[in-house]
Ligand binder design. Structure first.
Ligand code: ATP
Length: 443
């Protein structure tokens, strides 16, 4: 679908805001950058941590019977052989231009583009398979025997620890294991900012269930996951499910649907919900020699649990939250309408005038009181530069939901004004009520 200019520009605007306000920087920037790699600045760290924390709360605190894991990035090479990543399964068909040597994913090229380079019009070579795993060597000698990989997905660490978690936590199926962590893929065409990276973070949960119940859990997790995005404020009309066609399913998958978001560059996957059948546990049993099967209590028959997976990328979802929240429809100000739970700063404190010591002292008292309170809502910003209007706008564009201003009335009756980012309305409340005000709204 053709996008209008405003929508196309949205990505550029988000990129520029992220750089300017310390959310996201290009990796190794002073050396000219490195393709598909980004660094998170102070506000980006807060935002992505808040996203991960909301996912953790959803999975491990709200649900029963889902256990958190933090497995290592480096694993035995055999893990990736068992998972199929070192064979055809994890390879993308790649076409290279004979003239400019740019490479393209064959499955991303339209029928007309399959023979001609989209960049220079040169002739494209026939597609060849390209493995996405990033290789490394462990130990002092760099040879075939020391070869291993940086993990291409977090989920294999879950399967490898299936028995450890099950036994140590006395878990019985149905139960889940989830984890957040870095994954690495030698993507052929990284791009669209943090949409497709070579080093990124995944938030994956694997639910181990009886085969007969797999489809029930598949439906359940589809609904649960879409609700999570909606509850954190993503616009409903920008989200949809896209079922995979039979010929598109991964070799192990019984059923798969993507949650897609309408980015400025079109509808694209942000999370996959997969019914992986018994592929993973049966393969790891076969390759490791460890029996990962279960016994049916009624029939005594052995079976491998089916796995329903929810697999999301923290960075890709961060781009969703940033693009969805970006609002410059009011010509006077740019507002990042992030859900308050995700906003990097929960509040900002200002003295109305920076050259009145009594206002500054009072504002500082409130600032430190909020920062050190037992109920710690998250980072609090301080600003005493320029005029008050500029300070409000500066907080609006980084998504700070509430700005607290200490004025002359504050000195008389211990009240302050608290301004709402979205409505721009100011309320006067008692200093002692600030914490409750924030607490109520963050519920
Ligand atoms: P794509 O078709 O976009 O390459 P995929 O189907 O290979 O994605 P999965 O292997 O299912 O993706 O990974 C699950 C999730 O991990 C994706 O929905 C996405 O959010 C995230 N993800 C995958 N690859 C990347 C990447 N290169 N950069 C950032 N996030 C990624």
């Amino acid at each position: 679908m053709k996008k209008n200019k405003t929508e196309e520009n949205l990505l550029d605007k988000v990129v520029s805001l992220c750089k300017r306000r310390g959310f996201i920087f290009p990796g190794s920037e002073i050396y000219g950058g490195i393709s598909g790699i980004y660094d998170y600045g102070p506000l980006g760290v807060e935002l992505i941590n808040n996203i991960k924390q909301e996912w953790r709360k959803e999975m491990f605190y709200r649900h029963e019977n889902i256990f958190e894991l933090d497995s290592s990035i480096l694993m035995q090479r055999r893990v990736w052989e068992a998972s199929g990543h070192t064979s055809a399964g994890f390879t993308d068909p790649l076409q290279e231009c004979k003239k400019c040597h740019h490479r393209f994913r064959a499955d991303h090229l339209s029928d007309q583009e399959k023979n001609k380079c989209p960049d220079c019009g040169g002739e494209l070579m026939a597609p060849r398979k390209f493995n996405l795993l990033v290789e490394t060597h462990l130990g002092p000698v760099k040879d075939e025997s020391s070869l291993t990989y940086l993990r291409g997905e977090t989920t294999q660490g879950i399967y490898v620890n299936y028995k450890n978690v099950k036994t140590s936590m006395s878990a019985e199926i149905p139960f889940g294991i989830g984890q957040i962590g870095k994954a690495f893929r030698n993507e052929i065409t990284p791009g669209h900012f943090i949409y497709r990276m070579r080093e990124f973070e995944q938030m994956e949960q694997q639910h181990f269930v009886e085969p007969a119940e797999a489809e029930k859990y598949f439906k359940y997790w589809k609904e649960e996951r879409i609700k999570w995005y909606l509850e954190l404020g993503i616009k409903q009309e920008k989200l949809r499910f896209r079922p995979h066609a039979k010929d598109e399913l991964a070799h192990y998958a019984r059923n798969a649907e993507d949650i897609e978001y309408e980015f400025p560059f079109g509808w694209h996957e942000i999370e996959g919900i997969h019914n992986r059948g018994d592929w993973d546990l049966s393969r790891h049993s076969e390759f490791s020699g460890e029996n990962l099967s279960e016994t049916d209590s009624k029939t005594g028959n052995k079976f491998y649990p089916y796995i329903i997976e929810t697999s999301a990328g923290a960075d890709r979802i961060m781009l969703v939250f940033l693009a969805d929240a970006y609002d410059d429809s009011d010509k006077k100000r740019l507002v990042l309408k992030l859900h308050p739970k995700l906003a990097p700063y929960k509040a900002a404190v200002f003295p109305l005038l920076a050259n009145k010591p009594e206002l500054v002292t009072k504002a500082q008292e409130i600032f430190y009181q909020l920062k050190t309170s037992d109920y710690n809502p998250g980072p609090i910003a301080w600003d005493d530069r320029g005029n008050i209007g500029k300070r409000y706008y500066s907080q609006d564009e980084i998504g700070t939901p509430w700005c607290i201003t200490v004025d002359f009335q504050s000195l008389e009756n211990d009240t302050i004004t608290i301004r709402d980012r979205d409505t721009m309305k100011q309320e006067r409340i008692s200093i002692k009520d600030i914490e409750n005000f924030i607490k109520e709204r963050l519920k």
